[in-house]
Design a protein around this ligand. Sequence first.
Ligand SMILES: [Zn+2]
Ligand SMILES: [Zn+2]
Length: 385
Amino acid sequence: MRCDHCAHDVPDGVFCTRCGAHQGTQAELGANPKTRVHRYAAHPAEHVVQPSVFTTLFPHLGQRKIHEFRWAFAAGLAGILILYVAGLITAAILAATLLVPVLYLIYLYEAQVYRDEPATVLGFIIGGGAAIGLVLTLIERAVNNPYASVGNPLRNAGVSAGTVLFLGLVVPVVQEALKPLPALLLPNRTDFPETVDGLVFGIAAGLGFSVAESLVAFSSALTSLPAHMTPGNWIYELATLAVFQPLLQGSATGMVVATIWRYRRGRLGRRELGGVAVAVVAHVAFALGTLLLKDLLVNPLFILVWQAAVVGGLLIYVRYLLHHALLEEAAHMGFAETVCPNCHMHIVASGFCPNCGVALTAAPMAVKRARKPRADSTAKGSVRD
Ligand SMILES: [Zn+2]
Ligand SMILES: [Zn+2]
């Protein structure tokens, strides 16, 4: 059949395998079949505007794998809760710091985003992120130490205006400027041309940074708290540490690096520049809001709600950016027989699964390698290049 949107001859399907457009009259009324915002390109079962964590930050995973990662995350949170209830606060802080970064490391191996050079790519990006995090956080603490008084940091009331400006504005902006460096300086970065690669590298660098930052920030608590103590108010701090802090650091840097990847492809538009602005504004809002709300001694639950709202908005912008990048960058990869990583159908496809519409540029490396090139597709005369 001939696609109404890109005018290529493509195999029959719900989605055009060349441009990803939602075909035919079954497309939901009112939705633009070409931009198909109701069918997020990395995970077509979801709308683009949805604050999902895993389908946004782990874009290479199909439905089944996403499920496994969600369970692993839930199990990790349950483990942290058990440590907290048992009064093992130092262990809980360490587990909270490492939960999301370790899941991401497993994901990077699962998707083989690094192709043939895991040591170079992972060492450079995660190690580089951690090194920058260590140096920058030590400098920040030398200038201003918010955790000077050991104990419950939620009770540190009465911060000065200078501290607020420094921690709420200067620090986030400097961090966003420096965190993308490992991904930008990656020696073999030209081997990874897709924006989805840039996004994942940025997230990995941001998470490496986040680990170092959290360890330095809680170093006094880690070294001075007794191994076993009454849990107190630590649960709120642990929630920030395990969930919101890494998600903020990862998605903000992911978005900045994705924008730089778009620029390299000559696709720098308003959407991408908006992404950088959203990343910086979200980080400032997160840090400044947390600081001011703590100062006002509001219920710590409100602080978590605020952090969740900021991270949710940030995730939605990352999806919006990635969705359009995947739709625009779908190169004609040649028709090939493959098993869709998302819906697991045997398909003959180029850029998108004709059945579920997932962008195959975001398929795990093992799936890409298993493609069996096919000279002619099921559609007659579809060999055009
Ligand atoms: Zn098309
Ligand atoms: Zn599919």
